[in-house]
Design a protein around this ligand. Structure first.
Ligand SMILES: [Zn+2]
Length: 169
């Protein structure tokens, strides 16, 4: 069994704590990506969408999954299940140093998720850094925290990657 952690980073420019509108585990946030068949290697033509509030019963009658799909080419069944509680907002510090923040963990059977697409429905907080007028001028303070809602990231500077994680069996 292989899990995939979706990792993101972005050019935040005085913004911090970038995350989906309802938080990393927000039930209405939709993730769009393509699926690569683990059997024949074919990649789906269109993006597939998964969200936490949409579940389908898995074929073997175990726990529900968020997506069940048959490969169009080799007809193999595959599922994608979302695992909550692992995402963290992307902070300014991480963004500045080129680090990625984990967003969502996917338990993929039969498929490999590829080409995640950033859409709308993100939120972040603004802040301004002010240098301390005293002795230590390099020290900075956060003086403002305006919340920005419903940010559209479909046109911006961002990047993502899928990190393969071997789940404990
Ligand atoms: Zn296939």
């Amino acid at each position: 069994m292989v899990n995939y952690m979706l990792m993101i980073t972005a050019d935040l420019e005085n913004l911090t704590d970038l995350q989906p509108q309802g938080g990393c585990d927000g039930p209405n946030f939709t993730y769009y990506f393509k699926l690569k068949c683990g059997n024949c290697g074919e990649v789906t033509q269109k993006e597939t969408c998964v969200s936490l509030n949409e579940t389908v019963p898995s074929a073997k009658g175990k726990s529900d999954t968020n997506l069940a799909q048959k490969c169009k080419f080799c007809s193999r069944d595959g599922t994608v299940s979302m695992i909550t509680g692992r995402g963290r907002p992307l902070t300014q510090e991480q963004a500045e140093t080129g680090k990625y923040a984990p967003l969502m963990l996917f338990d993929c059977r039969g498929y490999e998720p590829v080409d995640f697409v950033f859409g709308s429905g993100w939120k972040a907080e603004s802040f301004e850094l002010m240098s301390h007028p005293g002795e230590n001028a390099s020290q900075s303070f956060v003086i403002e925290g305006t919340k920005f809602n419903d940010i559209d990231l479909s046109a911006g500077e961002f990047a993502n990657m899928m990190r393969r994680e071997n789940a404990p069996s």
